[in-house]
Design a protein around this ligand. Structure first.
Ligand code: ADP
Ligand code: MG
Length: 542
Protein backbone atom coordinates (compact mmCIF):
# COMPACT_ATOMS: atom_id res chain seq x y z
CA UNK A 1 0.00 0.00 0.00
CA UNK A 2 1.34 3.40 -0.90
CA UNK A 3 1.80 5.74 1.92
CA UNK A 4 -0.95 8.35 1.60
CA UNK A 5 -0.44 10.89 4.24
CA UNK A 6 -3.13 13.49 3.65
CA UNK A 7 -6.90 13.37 3.76
CA UNK A 8 -6.93 14.83 0.23
CA UNK A 9 -4.95 11.90 -1.08
CA UNK A 10 -7.56 9.51 0.28
CA UNK A 11 -10.09 10.93 -2.14
CA UNK A 12 -12.39 12.80 0.23
CA UNK A 13 -14.54 15.68 -1.04
CA UNK A 14 -13.85 19.32 -0.26
CA UNK A 15 -16.80 19.66 2.14
CA UNK A 16 -15.45 16.90 4.29
CA UNK A 17 -11.90 18.17 4.00
CA UNK A 18 -13.11 21.53 5.29
CA UNK A 19 -14.90 19.93 8.22
CA UNK A 20 -11.80 17.91 9.11
CA UNK A 21 -9.60 21.00 8.92
CA UNK A 22 -12.05 22.78 11.22
CA UNK A 23 -11.78 19.94 13.70
CA UNK A 24 -8.02 20.30 13.56
CA UNK A 25 -7.34 16.86 12.14
CA UNK A 26 -4.04 17.12 10.29
CA UNK A 27 -3.59 13.71 8.83
CA UNK A 28 -5.44 10.43 8.73
CA UNK A 29 -4.58 7.82 11.32
CA UNK A 30 -3.23 4.47 10.04
CA UNK A 31 -6.62 2.73 10.17
CA UNK A 32 -8.17 5.67 8.32
CA UNK A 33 -5.43 5.61 5.69
CA UNK A 34 -6.09 1.99 4.96
CA UNK A 35 -9.86 1.70 5.16
CA UNK A 36 -11.10 4.96 3.70
CA UNK A 37 -9.87 4.29 0.12
CA UNK A 38 -11.27 0.75 0.25
CA UNK A 39 -14.64 2.02 1.39
CA UNK A 40 -14.81 4.92 -1.03
CA UNK A 41 -14.18 2.71 -4.02
CA UNK A 42 -14.66 -1.00 -3.53
CA UNK A 43 -17.74 -3.05 -2.83
CA UNK A 44 -16.33 -5.72 -0.58
CA UNK A 45 -17.11 -6.12 3.09
CA UNK A 46 -14.42 -5.08 5.48
CA UNK A 47 -13.04 -5.86 8.90
CA UNK A 48 -10.98 -3.16 10.57
CA UNK A 49 -9.01 -3.67 13.70
CA UNK A 50 -7.04 -1.04 15.56
CA UNK A 51 -6.52 -0.13 19.17
CA UNK A 52 -9.02 2.03 21.02
CA UNK A 53 -8.59 5.73 20.34
CA UNK A 54 -7.16 5.38 16.85
CA UNK A 55 -10.01 7.02 14.96
CA UNK A 56 -12.09 4.07 13.82
CA UNK A 57 -15.28 6.16 13.86
CA UNK A 58 -14.00 8.42 11.10
CA UNK A 59 -12.58 5.40 9.28
CA UNK A 60 -16.12 4.25 8.51
CA UNK A 61 -17.99 7.51 9.19
CA UNK A 62 -16.30 9.56 6.50
CA UNK A 63 -16.96 7.03 3.70
CA UNK A 64 -20.59 6.74 4.86
CA UNK A 65 -21.01 10.48 4.51
CA UNK A 66 -19.39 10.42 1.07
CA UNK A 67 -21.34 7.53 -0.31
CA UNK A 68 -24.81 8.03 1.05
CA UNK A 69 -27.30 10.26 -0.70
CA UNK A 70 -30.67 10.92 0.91
CA UNK A 71 -33.46 8.77 -0.48
CA UNK A 72 -36.65 10.36 0.75
CA UNK A 73 -35.79 9.62 4.33
CA UNK A 74 -35.24 5.91 3.86
CA UNK A 75 -32.53 4.58 6.13
CA UNK A 76 -29.39 3.98 4.08
CA UNK A 77 -26.96 2.99 6.79
CA UNK A 78 -27.14 1.55 10.25
CA UNK A 79 -24.30 1.61 12.77
CA UNK A 80 -24.66 -0.76 15.72
CA UNK A 81 -22.73 0.05 18.88
CA UNK A 82 -22.73 -1.66 22.28
CA UNK A 83 -23.83 1.21 24.56
CA UNK A 84 -25.98 4.31 24.57
CA UNK A 85 -22.91 6.33 25.48
CA UNK A 86 -21.22 5.13 22.30
CA UNK A 87 -24.37 5.68 20.26
CA UNK A 88 -24.28 9.34 21.26
CA UNK A 89 -20.56 9.63 20.80
CA UNK A 90 -20.49 8.04 17.36
CA UNK A 91 -23.52 10.09 16.35
CA UNK A 92 -21.80 13.29 17.45
CA UNK A 93 -18.52 12.34 15.84
CA UNK A 94 -20.09 11.55 12.47
CA UNK A 95 -22.30 14.64 12.58
CA UNK A 96 -19.26 16.79 13.20
CA UNK A 97 -17.73 15.69 9.89
CA UNK A 98 -20.56 16.90 7.74
CA UNK A 99 -21.17 20.48 6.76
CA UNK A 100 -24.68 21.74 6.14
CA UNK A 101 -26.50 18.73 7.63
CA UNK A 102 -27.11 17.16 4.25
CA UNK A 103 -27.83 13.85 5.88
CA UNK A 104 -30.09 13.22 8.82
CA UNK A 105 -28.39 11.10 11.42
CA UNK A 106 -30.27 9.73 14.42
CA UNK A 107 -28.95 8.16 17.60
CA UNK A 108 -31.29 5.45 18.84
CA UNK A 109 -30.70 4.05 22.29
CA UNK A 110 -32.55 2.80 25.33
CA UNK A 111 -33.29 5.23 28.10
CA UNK A 112 -34.17 7.96 25.65
CA UNK A 113 -37.85 8.73 25.21
CA UNK A 114 -39.54 6.51 22.63
CA UNK A 115 -41.78 9.34 21.45
CA UNK A 116 -38.94 11.52 20.29
CA UNK A 117 -37.36 8.67 18.41
CA UNK A 118 -40.61 7.63 16.81
CA UNK A 119 -41.29 11.15 15.62
CA UNK A 120 -37.83 11.54 14.16
CA UNK A 121 -37.86 8.15 12.48
CA UNK A 122 -41.18 9.00 10.93
CA UNK A 123 -39.96 12.27 9.51
CA UNK A 124 -37.11 10.50 7.73
CA UNK A 125 -33.59 9.48 8.68
CA UNK A 126 -30.57 8.60 6.49
CA UNK A 127 -28.21 7.10 9.02
CA UNK A 128 -29.17 5.37 12.27
CA UNK A 129 -26.63 4.90 15.05
CA UNK A 130 -28.09 2.61 17.66
CA UNK A 131 -27.76 0.00 20.33
CA UNK A 132 -29.01 -3.46 19.37
CA UNK A 133 -31.73 -3.56 22.03
CA UNK A 134 -33.46 -0.36 21.04
CA UNK A 135 -33.04 -1.03 17.33
CA UNK A 136 -34.83 -4.35 17.88
CA UNK A 137 -37.66 -2.54 19.67
CA UNK A 138 -38.17 -0.31 16.68
CA UNK A 139 -38.00 -3.19 14.23
CA UNK A 140 -40.71 -5.01 16.16
CA UNK A 141 -42.87 -1.90 16.24
CA UNK A 142 -42.13 -1.42 12.56
CA UNK A 143 -41.11 2.13 13.32
CA UNK A 144 -37.75 1.41 11.73
CA UNK A 145 -37.38 -0.09 8.26
CA UNK A 146 -34.05 -1.37 7.12
CA UNK A 147 -34.93 -2.63 3.66
CA UNK A 148 -33.02 0.15 1.91
CA UNK A 149 -29.89 -0.18 3.96
CA UNK A 150 -26.72 -0.24 1.89
CA UNK A 151 -24.23 -0.13 4.74
CA UNK A 152 -24.39 -2.06 8.00
CA UNK A 153 -21.64 -1.24 10.47
CA UNK A 154 -20.80 -3.23 13.58
CA UNK A 155 -18.71 -0.88 15.69
CA UNK A 156 -16.81 -2.11 18.74
CA UNK A 157 -17.75 -5.60 17.64
CA UNK A 158 -15.72 -7.30 20.35
CA UNK A 159 -17.64 -5.38 22.99
CA UNK A 160 -20.94 -6.28 21.45
CA UNK A 161 -19.99 -9.95 21.58
CA UNK A 162 -18.85 -9.58 25.17
CA UNK A 163 -22.16 -8.06 26.06
CA UNK A 164 -24.07 -10.92 24.52
CA UNK A 165 -25.63 -9.02 21.63
CA UNK A 166 -24.89 -11.72 19.09
CA UNK A 167 -28.50 -12.92 18.77
CA UNK A 168 -29.84 -9.40 18.47
CA UNK A 169 -27.31 -8.60 15.79
CA UNK A 170 -28.25 -11.69 13.87
CA UNK A 171 -31.92 -10.76 14.02
CA UNK A 172 -31.26 -7.19 12.96
CA UNK A 173 -29.19 -8.34 10.00
CA UNK A 174 -32.13 -10.42 8.79
CA UNK A 175 -34.05 -7.19 8.23
CA UNK A 176 -31.31 -5.84 5.97
CA UNK A 177 -31.03 -6.76 2.28
CA UNK A 178 -28.28 -9.24 1.37
CA UNK A 179 -26.83 -6.70 -1.02
CA UNK A 180 -25.71 -4.53 1.88
CA UNK A 181 -22.09 -3.84 2.45
CA UNK A 182 -20.97 -4.87 5.90
CA UNK A 183 -18.27 -3.18 7.91
CA UNK A 184 -16.99 -4.51 11.18
CA UNK A 185 -14.71 -2.55 13.47
CA UNK A 186 -13.12 -3.74 16.64
CA UNK A 187 -10.28 -2.93 19.01
CA UNK A 188 -9.36 -6.58 19.39
CA UNK A 189 -9.76 -9.47 17.03
CA UNK A 190 -10.44 -12.64 19.01
CA UNK A 191 -11.36 -15.68 16.93
CA UNK A 192 -15.02 -15.20 17.80
CA UNK A 193 -15.02 -12.03 15.72
CA UNK A 194 -13.69 -13.84 12.69
CA UNK A 195 -16.36 -16.48 13.14
CA UNK A 196 -18.94 -13.72 13.29
CA UNK A 197 -17.54 -12.24 10.09
CA UNK A 198 -17.55 -15.58 8.30
CA UNK A 199 -21.16 -16.08 9.25
CA UNK A 200 -22.51 -12.74 8.20
CA UNK A 201 -20.17 -11.36 5.62
CA UNK A 202 -19.42 -12.05 2.01
CA UNK A 203 -15.87 -11.77 0.81
CA UNK A 204 -14.15 -9.32 3.01
CA UNK A 205 -10.94 -7.34 3.24
CA UNK A 206 -9.19 -7.30 6.53
CA UNK A 207 -7.26 -4.31 7.76
CA UNK A 208 -5.34 -4.66 10.95
CA UNK A 209 -3.13 -2.04 12.49
CA UNK A 210 -0.36 -3.40 14.63
CA UNK A 211 0.42 -1.44 17.70
CA UNK A 212 3.30 0.82 16.93
CA UNK A 213 6.50 -0.24 18.65
CA UNK A 214 7.09 1.92 21.64
CA UNK A 215 3.42 2.48 22.10
CA UNK A 216 3.43 -0.46 24.43
CA UNK A 217 6.32 0.95 26.35
CA UNK A 218 4.30 4.01 27.17
CA UNK A 219 2.10 2.05 29.50
CA UNK A 220 3.69 0.45 32.51
CA UNK A 221 1.86 -2.55 33.82
CA UNK A 222 2.10 -3.45 37.46
CA UNK A 223 0.22 -5.54 39.96
CA UNK A 224 -0.21 -5.53 43.70
CA UNK A 225 -1.12 -8.54 45.76
CA UNK A 226 -3.19 -8.14 48.90
CA UNK A 227 -6.12 -9.43 50.87
CA UNK A 228 -9.53 -8.35 49.75
CA UNK A 229 -10.21 -6.16 52.75
CA UNK A 230 -7.06 -4.13 52.11
CA UNK A 231 -7.83 -3.16 48.53
CA UNK A 232 -9.26 0.23 49.40
CA UNK A 233 -6.28 1.05 51.63
CA UNK A 234 -3.81 0.01 48.96
CA UNK A 235 -5.62 2.17 46.43
CA UNK A 236 -5.46 5.22 48.69
CA UNK A 237 -1.74 4.66 49.26
CA UNK A 238 -1.18 4.56 45.51
CA UNK A 239 -3.22 7.72 45.06
CA UNK A 240 -1.38 9.44 47.89
CA UNK A 241 2.02 8.58 46.49
CA UNK A 242 1.13 9.62 42.95
CA UNK A 243 0.42 13.33 42.96
CA UNK A 244 -1.60 14.17 39.88
CA UNK A 245 -3.42 10.83 39.94
CA UNK A 246 -6.27 11.01 37.42
CA UNK A 247 -7.72 7.62 36.90
CA UNK A 248 -10.40 5.16 36.08
CA UNK A 249 -10.92 2.37 38.62
CA UNK A 250 -12.63 -0.79 37.47
CA UNK A 251 -14.80 -2.90 39.73
CA UNK A 252 -16.52 -6.15 38.92
CA UNK A 253 -19.98 -5.27 40.21
CA UNK A 254 -22.29 -2.31 40.50
CA UNK A 255 -22.48 -2.71 44.24
CA UNK A 256 -18.70 -2.92 44.47
CA UNK A 257 -18.13 0.23 42.48
CA UNK A 258 -20.76 2.06 44.48
CA UNK A 259 -19.26 1.04 47.77
CA UNK A 260 -15.72 1.91 46.72
CA UNK A 261 -16.70 5.36 45.48
CA UNK A 262 -18.52 6.02 48.75
CA UNK A 263 -15.57 4.78 50.83
CA UNK A 264 -13.18 6.93 48.83
CA UNK A 265 -15.37 10.00 49.20
CA UNK A 266 -15.71 9.37 52.92
CA UNK A 267 -11.92 9.22 53.15
CA UNK A 268 -11.65 12.60 51.45
CA UNK A 269 -10.90 11.58 47.87
CA UNK A 270 -12.89 13.05 45.00
CA UNK A 271 -14.52 9.99 43.50
CA UNK A 272 -17.78 9.09 41.81
CA UNK A 273 -19.24 5.81 40.65
CA UNK A 274 -20.53 5.03 37.20
CA UNK A 275 -22.58 1.88 36.74
CA UNK A 276 -25.77 0.55 35.27
CA UNK A 277 -28.00 1.99 37.98
CA UNK A 278 -26.86 5.52 37.32
CA UNK A 279 -29.43 7.45 35.29
CA UNK A 280 -28.46 8.83 31.91
CA UNK A 281 -28.64 12.43 33.11
CA UNK A 282 -26.57 11.63 36.17
CA UNK A 283 -24.09 9.76 34.03
CA UNK A 284 -23.53 12.71 31.76
CA UNK A 285 -23.12 15.02 34.71
CA UNK A 286 -20.51 12.72 36.29
CA UNK A 287 -18.62 12.29 33.03
CA UNK A 288 -18.51 16.04 32.55
CA UNK A 289 -17.12 16.54 36.01
CA UNK A 290 -14.51 13.89 35.36
CA UNK A 291 -13.51 15.35 32.01
CA UNK A 292 -13.15 18.79 33.56
CA UNK A 293 -11.04 17.21 36.31
CA UNK A 294 -13.44 18.39 38.98
CA UNK A 295 -13.19 14.82 40.18
CA UNK A 296 -10.05 12.77 39.70
CA UNK A 297 -11.35 9.29 40.33
CA UNK A 298 -14.04 7.52 38.42
CA UNK A 299 -15.06 4.09 39.69
CA UNK A 300 -16.81 2.08 37.02
CA UNK A 301 -17.96 -1.32 35.92
CA UNK A 302 -16.85 -2.53 32.50
CA UNK A 303 -20.26 -2.02 31.01
CA UNK A 304 -20.61 1.51 32.32
CA UNK A 305 -17.10 2.44 31.20
CA UNK A 306 -17.65 1.55 27.57
CA UNK A 307 -17.25 4.53 25.37
CA UNK A 308 -15.88 6.81 28.03
CA UNK A 309 -13.77 9.11 25.93
CA UNK A 310 -11.28 10.66 28.31
CA UNK A 311 -7.84 10.90 26.88
CA UNK A 312 -5.26 11.89 29.40
CA UNK A 313 -5.74 9.49 32.28
CA UNK A 314 -2.64 8.88 34.35
CA UNK A 315 -3.83 5.56 35.74
CA UNK A 316 -6.20 2.73 35.05
CA UNK A 317 -6.72 0.54 38.09
CA UNK A 318 -8.15 -2.94 37.91
CA UNK A 319 -9.51 -2.92 41.44
CA UNK A 320 -10.98 -6.30 40.54
CA UNK A 321 -8.98 -8.31 38.06
CA UNK A 322 -10.77 -8.63 34.70
CA UNK A 323 -12.15 -12.05 33.86
CA UNK A 324 -10.66 -12.07 30.39
CA UNK A 325 -7.48 -10.90 28.72
CA UNK A 326 -9.50 -8.94 26.17
CA UNK A 327 -11.15 -6.95 28.92
CA UNK A 328 -7.73 -6.15 30.31
CA UNK A 329 -6.66 -4.75 26.95
CA UNK A 330 -9.82 -2.72 26.73
CA UNK A 331 -9.55 -1.29 30.19
CA UNK A 332 -5.94 -0.24 29.90
CA UNK A 333 -6.59 1.27 26.46
CA UNK A 334 -7.92 4.23 28.43
CA UNK A 335 -4.48 5.32 29.54
CA UNK A 336 -1.20 6.07 27.75
CA UNK A 337 -3.07 7.47 24.79
CA UNK A 338 -1.69 9.71 22.10
CA UNK A 339 1.92 9.37 23.09
CA UNK A 340 1.33 10.09 26.77
CA UNK A 341 2.58 7.77 29.47
CA UNK A 342 0.17 5.84 31.58
CA UNK A 343 0.07 3.24 34.28
CA UNK A 344 -2.05 0.14 34.33
CA UNK A 345 -2.39 -1.27 37.82
CA UNK A 346 -4.01 -4.57 38.70
CA UNK A 347 -5.01 -5.70 42.18
CA UNK A 348 -5.06 -9.39 42.93
CA UNK A 349 -5.84 -11.46 45.95
CA UNK A 350 -3.57 -14.49 46.39
CA UNK A 351 -5.86 -16.95 44.64
CA UNK A 352 -6.04 -14.74 41.54
CA UNK A 353 -2.38 -15.11 40.68
CA UNK A 354 -3.14 -17.72 38.03
CA UNK A 355 -5.71 -15.49 36.39
CA UNK A 356 -3.07 -12.78 36.23
CA UNK A 357 -0.63 -15.18 34.60
CA UNK A 358 -3.24 -16.02 31.98
CA UNK A 359 -3.68 -12.35 31.19
CA UNK A 360 0.07 -11.90 30.86
CA UNK A 361 0.32 -14.86 28.52
CA UNK A 362 -2.54 -13.80 26.31
CA UNK A 363 -1.80 -10.10 26.12
CA UNK A 364 1.99 -10.50 26.22
CA UNK A 365 2.20 -7.58 28.57
CA UNK A 366 4.83 -7.82 31.24
CA UNK A 367 3.00 -7.05 34.44
CA UNK A 368 5.51 -6.44 37.18
CA UNK A 369 4.91 -6.95 40.88
CA UNK A 370 4.98 -3.81 42.99
CA UNK A 371 5.32 -3.29 46.69
CA UNK A 372 2.49 -1.41 48.32
CA UNK A 373 3.74 2.01 49.43
CA UNK A 374 4.15 1.93 53.19
CA UNK A 375 2.02 3.97 55.51
CA UNK A 376 5.06 6.14 56.12
CA UNK A 377 5.56 6.79 52.42
CA UNK A 378 1.92 7.65 51.96
CA UNK A 379 2.00 9.94 54.96
CA UNK A 380 5.15 11.67 53.75
CA UNK A 381 3.52 12.31 50.40
CA UNK A 382 0.49 13.70 52.14
CA UNK A 383 2.70 16.01 54.15
CA UNK A 384 4.50 17.06 50.98
CA UNK A 385 1.15 17.76 49.34
CA UNK A 386 0.02 19.85 52.30
CA UNK A 387 3.28 21.83 52.23
CA UNK A 388 2.91 22.34 48.52
CA UNK A 389 -0.65 23.52 48.98
CA UNK A 390 0.36 25.94 51.71
CA UNK A 391 3.18 27.46 49.67
CA UNK A 392 0.84 27.75 46.75
CA UNK A 393 -1.68 29.59 48.91
CA UNK A 394 1.04 31.91 50.20
CA UNK A 395 2.08 32.71 46.65
CA UNK A 396 -1.43 33.26 45.39
CA UNK A 397 -3.04 35.14 48.28
CA UNK A 398 -2.67 38.83 48.94
CA UNK A 399 -3.77 39.42 52.51
CA UNK A 400 -5.20 42.84 53.34
CA UNK A 401 -3.48 45.13 55.80
CA UNK A 402 -6.08 44.30 58.43
CA UNK A 403 -5.33 40.61 58.10
CA UNK A 404 -1.59 41.25 58.29
CA UNK A 405 -2.02 43.36 61.38
CA UNK A 406 -4.03 40.63 63.04
CA UNK A 407 -1.33 38.12 62.15
CA UNK A 408 1.30 40.26 63.84
CA UNK A 409 -0.89 40.62 66.90
CA UNK A 410 -1.54 36.88 67.11
CA UNK A 411 2.14 36.11 66.72
CA UNK A 412 3.01 38.43 69.58
CA UNK A 413 0.57 36.66 71.87
CA UNK A 414 1.07 32.99 70.99
CA UNK A 415 3.86 30.60 70.23
CA UNK A 416 4.22 30.56 66.40
CA UNK A 417 4.35 26.77 66.58
CA UNK A 418 1.03 26.54 68.38
CA UNK A 419 -0.59 28.99 66.06
CA UNK A 420 0.48 27.24 62.88
CA UNK A 421 -0.29 23.79 64.33
CA UNK A 422 -3.81 24.83 65.19
CA UNK A 423 -4.39 26.17 61.70
CA UNK A 424 -2.85 23.04 60.16
CA UNK A 425 -4.99 20.80 62.31
CA UNK A 426 -8.09 22.71 61.32
CA UNK A 427 -7.37 22.82 57.62
CA UNK A 428 -5.48 19.63 56.91
CA UNK A 429 -6.06 17.50 59.98
CA UNK A 430 -7.58 14.64 58.12
CA UNK A 431 -4.77 14.37 55.59
CA UNK A 432 -2.09 14.48 58.26
CA UNK A 433 -3.62 11.97 60.63
CA UNK A 434 -1.68 8.72 60.59
CA UNK A 435 -4.14 7.07 62.96
CA UNK A 436 -6.85 7.30 60.38
CA UNK A 437 -4.77 5.43 57.87
CA UNK A 438 -5.25 1.70 58.02
CA UNK A 439 -2.48 -0.83 58.17
CA UNK A 440 -2.27 -3.54 55.56
CA UNK A 441 -2.18 -7.19 56.42
CA UNK A 442 0.97 -8.99 55.42
CA UNK A 443 0.52 -11.74 52.90
CA UNK A 444 1.75 -15.16 53.84
CA UNK A 445 5.30 -15.52 52.60
CA UNK A 446 5.97 -17.54 49.46
CA UNK A 447 5.07 -21.20 49.51
CA UNK A 448 2.57 -20.91 52.34
CA UNK A 449 -0.30 -19.22 50.59
CA UNK A 450 -2.68 -21.99 51.40
CA UNK A 451 -4.40 -21.53 54.75
CA UNK A 452 -2.19 -22.82 57.50
CA UNK A 453 -3.07 -26.19 58.87
CA UNK A 454 -3.59 -26.61 62.57
CA UNK A 455 -0.46 -28.75 62.89
CA UNK A 456 1.80 -26.20 61.32
CA UNK A 457 0.27 -23.47 63.43
CA UNK A 458 0.85 -25.54 66.55
CA UNK A 459 4.41 -26.08 65.46
CA UNK A 460 4.82 -22.34 65.25
CA UNK A 461 3.25 -21.83 68.65
CA UNK A 462 5.52 -24.37 70.24
CA UNK A 463 8.46 -22.28 69.13
CA UNK A 464 9.42 -24.18 66.01
CA UNK A 465 10.57 -22.46 62.86
CA UNK A 466 8.56 -19.59 61.39
CA UNK A 467 10.20 -16.29 62.34
CA UNK A 468 8.94 -14.69 65.53
CA UNK A 469 9.69 -11.49 67.37
CA UNK A 470 9.25 -10.65 71.02
CA UNK A 471 7.57 -7.42 71.96
CA UNK A 472 7.49 -5.75 75.34
CA UNK A 473 4.08 -4.67 76.67
CA UNK A 474 4.33 -2.05 79.41
CA UNK A 475 1.48 -3.28 81.63
CA UNK A 476 0.82 -6.53 83.45
CA UNK A 477 -1.27 -8.49 85.96
CA UNK A 478 -1.33 -5.69 88.54
CA UNK A 479 -2.95 -3.51 85.89
CA UNK A 480 -5.71 -6.06 85.52
CA UNK A 481 -4.58 -7.65 82.24
CA UNK A 482 -5.36 -11.26 81.35
CA UNK A 483 -3.61 -13.12 78.50
CA UNK A 484 -6.73 -13.57 76.39
CA UNK A 485 -7.77 -9.98 76.70
CA UNK A 486 -4.29 -8.85 75.82
CA UNK A 487 -4.22 -10.98 72.67
CA UNK A 488 -7.59 -9.57 71.64
CA UNK A 489 -6.53 -6.01 72.38
CA UNK A 490 -3.30 -6.22 70.36
CA UNK A 491 -5.04 -7.94 67.48
CA UNK A 492 -7.87 -5.37 67.38
CA UNK A 493 -5.65 -2.36 67.72
CA UNK A 494 -3.12 -3.42 65.12
CA UNK A 495 -5.61 -5.12 62.81
CA UNK A 496 -3.74 -8.43 62.77
CA UNK A 497 -5.23 -11.90 63.18
CA UNK A 498 -5.12 -13.30 66.71
CA UNK A 499 -3.43 -16.40 65.36
CA UNK A 500 -0.34 -14.40 64.50
CA UNK A 501 0.22 -13.89 68.23
CA UNK A 502 2.01 -17.07 69.20
CA UNK A 503 2.40 -16.53 72.92
CA UNK A 504 1.84 -14.08 75.76
CA UNK A 505 3.91 -14.23 78.94
CA UNK A 506 2.15 -12.13 81.54
CA UNK A 507 4.14 -10.70 84.45
CA UNK A 508 3.21 -8.39 87.34
CA UNK A 509 4.01 -5.14 85.60
CA UNK A 510 4.66 -6.12 81.99
CA UNK A 511 4.09 -8.79 79.41
CA UNK A 512 6.18 -10.32 76.63
CA UNK A 513 4.27 -10.96 73.44
CA UNK A 514 5.65 -13.36 70.86
CA UNK A 515 4.33 -12.57 67.38
CA UNK A 516 5.02 -13.60 63.82
CA UNK A 517 7.81 -11.36 62.56
CA UNK A 518 5.65 -10.20 59.69
CA UNK A 519 3.25 -8.58 62.12
CA UNK A 520 5.74 -7.04 64.54
CA UNK A 521 6.18 -3.81 62.61
CA UNK A 522 2.48 -3.42 62.11
CA UNK A 523 1.95 -3.58 65.86
CA UNK A 524 4.84 -1.24 66.64
CA UNK A 525 3.56 1.24 64.07
CA UNK A 526 0.12 1.25 65.66
CA UNK A 527 1.46 1.89 69.13
CA UNK A 528 3.90 4.56 68.07
CA UNK A 529 3.91 7.70 70.19
CA UNK A 530 5.43 11.12 69.69
CA UNK A 531 9.14 11.39 70.43
CA UNK A 532 9.99 11.33 74.13
CA UNK A 533 7.04 9.23 75.28
CA UNK A 534 7.44 5.52 75.86
CA UNK A 535 5.03 3.50 73.77
CA UNK A 536 2.94 0.81 75.42
CA UNK A 537 4.41 -1.73 73.04
CA UNK A 538 8.06 -1.73 72.05
CA UNK A 539 10.78 -4.10 71.01
CA UNK A 540 11.74 -6.42 73.84
CA UNK A 541 15.37 -5.37 73.75
CA UNK A 542 14.58 -1.63 74.01
P1 ADP B 1 -11.75 4.49 18.24
O1 ADP B 1 -13.14 4.25 17.75
O2 ADP B 1 -10.70 3.86 17.39
O3 ADP B 1 -11.57 4.11 19.69
P2 ADP B 1 -12.43 7.24 17.90
O4 ADP B 1 -13.01 7.16 16.56
O5 ADP B 1 -13.39 7.34 19.04
O6 ADP B 1 -11.44 6.04 18.18
O7 ADP B 1 -11.41 8.47 17.92
C1 ADP B 1 -10.71 8.85 19.06
C2 ADP B 1 -10.45 10.35 19.06
O8 ADP B 1 -9.53 10.70 18.03
C3 ADP B 1 -11.71 11.16 18.78
O9 ADP B 1 -11.73 12.23 19.71
C4 ADP B 1 -11.54 11.65 17.36
O10 ADP B 1 -12.18 12.90 17.17
C5 ADP B 1 -10.04 11.76 17.24
N1 ADP B 1 -9.55 11.56 15.86
C6 ADP B 1 -10.00 10.68 14.94
N2 ADP B 1 -9.29 10.76 13.80
C7 ADP B 1 -8.35 11.72 13.99
C8 ADP B 1 -7.31 12.28 13.16
N3 ADP B 1 -7.10 11.85 11.94
N4 ADP B 1 -6.54 13.25 13.69
C9 ADP B 1 -6.77 13.69 14.96
N5 ADP B 1 -7.72 13.21 15.78
C10 ADP B 1 -8.52 12.23 15.32
MG1 MG C 1 -14.76 3.40 18.41
Amino acid sequence: MNNELTFEALGLSSDILNALAKKGFEKPTPIQQKTIPLLLQGERDIIGQAQTGTGKTAAFGLPLLERIRPEKGKVQAIVLVPTRELALQVYEEISSYQTGNKLTILPVYGGQGMDVQLRQLKSGVDIVVGTPGRVMDHLRRRSLKLDHVKFAVLDEADEMLNMGFIDDIETILEYIPETRRMLLFSATMPSRIRQLAKRFMGEFDEVSIEKVEGEKAQITHTYYEMFNEDKMTVLTRIIDTNPGFYGLVFCRTRAGSDRLAKDLSAAGYDAEALHGDVSQAQRERILDKFKMKKIHLLVATDVAARGIDVNNLSHVVNFDIPGEAETYTHRIGRTGRAGKTGEAITFIVPREFRALQMIMQQTRFQIAKQQVPTLQEALEQRRAAVKHEIFKRIMTTTPTDEVKALAVELLSKTEPELLVSALLQQNFGRQLQAQQMREIKQLPSKGSDSPRTRESRDRVRSGGKGGHDSLFFGKGKTDGWKSNRLIQYISDTAGIPTKSIAKVDLFQKHAIITVESDCANTILEKFRTPKGQRPLVRRDRD
